[in-house]
Design a protein around this ligand. Sequence first.
Ligand SMILES: [Cu+2]
Length: 137
Amino acid sequence: MKRQKTAVVLVTVMMALTGMAAVSAADLRVMHTQKTKDAVIVLKSESGQWSAGNNAFVLEFTSPTGQPLDVGKVTLSTSMTMPGMAPMIAGATVSPDKAPGRYLGTISFPDGGTRQVTVAWDGPAGKGSTRFSVPVR
Ligand SMILES: [Cu+2]
């Protein structure tokens, strides 16, 4: 009984580590770079693109001079306008990584098409938001 429980815990930990490795690998590809007055925001993922289905991604915030920027709470939402339909809305789950200014996210899309992406933040470095578009393949 106890041994079985340990095995379950081990598998869970290994799955968590594998999941983290998927988004913390050094060889992430840039999907989009967005510059605002106060921040440079880089959206990255392993494949360098979003696809229909589940996606993991990384958001990195730096100051215009390249210093990591602690922007506190971050949200990312997407919208796609389609003829004759209400806009398709999808929100991401975003949480801070260990490094300041680095956030890990997941988002799911039911189909392909260009998304209008809104990233918003609110924290020690101030409050802001920005919009850009990203294709979903
Ligand atoms: Cu759609």
